[in-house]
Design a binder for this molecule. Structure first.
Ligand code: GH3
Ligand code: MG
Length: 309
């Protein structure tokens, strides 16, 4: 699950132990470094991990309903939880137990009775690694000029939303947009001013991300994407036109545009009912062809595949 970029909230740690005194001890120990949530058995641990997406799990091995080994196996088999690091805290202190825990994918294994300050420091170290991983993931997914999602993030979101819409039988809509006569803008006002335009457009697009799954991304150069899961063609084309109009309403002067005194964009779009399996390349191609048609028809307009525009 995505963590928001930028803000770093207090990390969340899920403590799983079937004995209350142990849970209390760990809460006392960790409460200054993180938000602690609790589970008192294996099945509760799986539910909490799913629902709360903690940054780290401290997992007891010997529990009544389900062993910690079974819990970690289930976590590691589930796409929604496999990324969450697990530390075993266990009274089983033989090297074979520790080895088994690490083989099952735990990042660390602490034996009971533990030394409180050591547990605290190890948890801190692991949370630091989690934090660095999130930073790297975010860096790799964000376009540095506009600070919105990049093409890689878009591709990933497209795969996910495609599958999600296929499962729920909902439509998926995609708009591709491109700045009109942008070369002339750069030639007249300079590349730095052009960069400013791209940032302005990115901010405007971000303002249209109103529903879960909506995604604004910079596809590359002066091309942007807006992905709209669960939006049908009519609604998507209307929204695309609102985006077009919002960019024009910024009134960013474009002295050399034959289309308008201001910077404008053209948009092409496509809506499809995704089928199971992988993304159909035609989805993007048809939206791109619609964009080409919007350019050919005079720019500063929206053309939607298979809609009377
Ligand atoms: P059209 O209306 O047909 O899209 O015309 P256009 O001039 O926008 O299209 P063309 O493909 O000829 O030129 C695209 C321009 O976009 C050229 C390139 O310098 C500019 N561009 C692409 N990426 C960037 C960028 O990151 N910053 C700036 N400032 N300009 C960029
Ligand atoms: Mg252009």
């Amino acid at each position: 699950m995505d963590k928001p970029a930028g803000l770093t909230p207090l990390p969340t740690v899920l403590v799983v132990d079937d004995e209350k005194p142990n849970r209390d001890l760990l809460v006392e120990l960790l409460k200054h470094d993180c938000r602690v949530i609790l589970a008192k058995n294996g099945s509760q641990a799986l539910d909490r991990a799913h629902e709360m997406q903690p940054d780290l799990i401290l997992l007891d091995v010997l529990m009544a309903d389900m062993s910690g080994y079974q819990v970690i196996q289930t976590l590691k088999h589930d796409d929604a939880t496999r990324h969450i690091p697990v530390i075993f805290i266990s009274a089983l202190d033989a090297p074979e137990d520790e080895e088994r825990g690490l083989d099952l994918g735990a990042v660390d294994y602490i034996t009971k009775p533990f030394h409180p300050s050591i547990v605290r420091k190890r948890v801190r170290n692991h949370l630091q690694s989690v934090h660095h991983r999130h930073l790297l993931e975010n860096l790799a997914m964000i376009d540095s000029l506009t600070e919105i999602a990049n093409r890689r993030r878009y591709n990933e979101a497209l795969e996910n939303e495609w599958r999600r819409c296929a499962r729920s039988g909902s439509p998926l809509s995609l708009a591709i947009m491109d700045v009109d006569h942008f070369k002339a803008y750069n030639d007249r006002l300079g590349h730095a001013a052009g960069d400013g335009i791209l940032r302005n457009i990115a901010t405007t697009l971000t303002g249209f991300m109103r529903r879960p799954g909506d995604l604004a991304a910079r596809y590359g150069g002066e091309e942007f994407i807006f992905l709209m899961p669960q939006v049908d063609a009519e609604a998507a084309a209307l929204l695309a036109n609102e985006i077009r109009s919002a960019v024009e309403a910024l009134r960013l002067p474009h002295p050399d545009s034959p289309v308008s005194p201001y910077v404008t964009i053209s948009l092409g779009g496509m809506t499809t009912p995704p089928t199971d399996g992988h993304v159909d390349p035609e989805f993007f191609l048809n939206a791109d062809t619609a964009l080409y048609t919007a350019k050919a028809k005079g720019r500063n307009r929206v053309v939607w595949h298979r809609l009377a525009n």
